[in-house]
Write a protein that binds this ligand. Structure first.
Ligand code: 5GP
Ligand code: ZN
Length: 111
């Protein structure tokens, strides 16, 4: 499958890793929108939030256990934003489920 994030997980495309376990990979966004901008992705290819269901939602729960650990390691003590763009109207550009962690400054009031 021609998926950039699957290639990043495999190591075929280099990335700045910040966290990895058996289910999840996290790395720095190549085009950061904030001083800290990390992408957290499941190793299993799921296209978007829209593909989350009763069978795979444990993976998403695990991602949301990992996110605060990453935020702590990145010193985001004053808060951070977690975003997942889903589908074309949200301008999802990579069709592999991912959660942006944004922080390190006071973020825009608008999304
Ligand atoms: P989306 O727009 O789908 O919510 O977010 C995709 C994100 O992936 C973008 O913020 C974009 O900068 C990032 N991105 C796309 N290609 C690469 C890549 O090859 N490496 C890294 N580190 N980030 C990427
Ligand atoms: Zn993928």
């Amino acid at each position: 499958m021609d998926c950039i994030f699957c290639k990043i997980i495999k190591g075929d495309i280099p990335s700045a890793k910040v966290y990895e376990d058996e289910l999840v990979y996290a790395f720095r966004d190549i085009n950061p929108q904030a001083p800290t901008h990390i992408l957290v992705i499941p190793k299993e290819h799921l296209p978007s939030v829209d593909a989350v269901n009763a069978e795979n939602s444990g993976l998403v729960a695990h991602i949301f256990e990992v996110i605060p650990q990453i935020a702590k390691a990145e010193n985001l003590t004053n808060g951070y934003r977690v975003v997942s763009n889903c589908g074309d109207d949200a301008r999802q550009s990579v069709k592999h489920l991912h959660f942006h962690i944004l922080g390190g400054k006071i973020l825009s009031e608008s999304m």
